[in-house]
Design a protein around this ligand. Structure first.
Ligand SMILES: C[S@@+](CC[C@H](N)C(=O)[O-])C[C@H]1O[C@@H](n2cnc3c(N)ncnc32)[C@H](O)[C@@H]1O
Length: 222
């Protein structure tokens, strides 16, 4: 069961009763996704084709922002996202992201309505592959350039933030790649490092002190 809430930038988030946690920061859902995943992640790689792996499809906000960004920059993005608990369509239909972002609601709902477990070419710039599986028993089958690590917090889902999980992700990353996450917990930083990432602490979203970014290639300097 889910409840919709309005965050500080006017955009909705969802509270999960199963996990007793919100999907986004109360400081602003759109603001946070834009800052942590688009700005600190996607925008840092200037490749014309790139592959994004997301942990937690949830509201589809990161997918929507990525699709819009790919159209703006004329990039081709392959977007793979795992989530064992897809949001029900009625809740997705009530989200105000299309209004906030000035996007046709149909385009947003399409992301939710597309079939799970099969890749779909949504636009010439954006291919979506949603997989209804837990990250814990998912093996990544291709090389990725950007990872949006957007699971519930390490306190709520400690099993997803381990060095072992990060190592599995690390080994399927391309030579110049990034993982971004809203969390700045010490244990997350430690486990990312143990997995091989070069870790940076960046300013967090909306005045939050920090977020983390892991890079695979030490030649990447930001
Ligand atoms: C913090 S929410 C963020 C979701 C999404 N990125 C968004 O912006 O709405 C975390 C998401 O992780 C999903 N999740 C929970 N357990 C998971 C698991 N074991 N593997 C992958 N995703 C999981 C939840 O269903 C939820 O959609």
């Amino acid at each position: 069961m889910h409840t919709l809430l309005v965050t500080a930038d006017g955009s909705h988030t969802v509270r999960s009763h199963q996990f007793n946690e919100c999907y986004h920061s109360e400081r602003g859902a759109v603001m946070e996704s834009q800052h942590v995943f688009i700005e600190a992640g996607l925008r840092q790689l200037k490749k014309s084709r790139l592959a994004v792996f997301e942990v937690g499809f949830g509201t589809g906000l990161n997918a929507l922002l990525t699709m819009l960004e790919a159209e703006k920059t004329n990039q081709h993005v392959y977007f793979e996202s795992v989530d064992p608990y897809p949001l029900d369509l009625a809740t997705a239909a009530a989200l105000n992201y299309p209004d906030i972002l000035g996007v046709d609601r149909h385009r947003f709902m399409e992301l939710h309505q597309h079939e799970w477990n099969t890749p779909v070419v949504v636009t010439p710039h954006f291919t979506l592959y949603k997989v209804k599986r837990s990250l814990l028993d998912y093996s990544l089958q291709r090389s990725f350039d950007v990872v949006y690590f957007d699971a519930f917090s390490p306190e709520t889902q400690p099993e997803l933030w381990t060095a072992e999980v990060f190592s599995r992700i690390y080994s399927s990353l391309s030579s110049s790649s990034l993982l971004t996450t809203y969390s700045s917990k010490g244990i997350v930083k430690q486990n990312l490092r143990a997995a091989g990432f070069t870790v940076q602490r960046l300013a967090g979203a909306g005045g939050k002190r920090h977020m983390l970014r892991g890079a695979k290639n030490e030649e990447l300097h930001f």
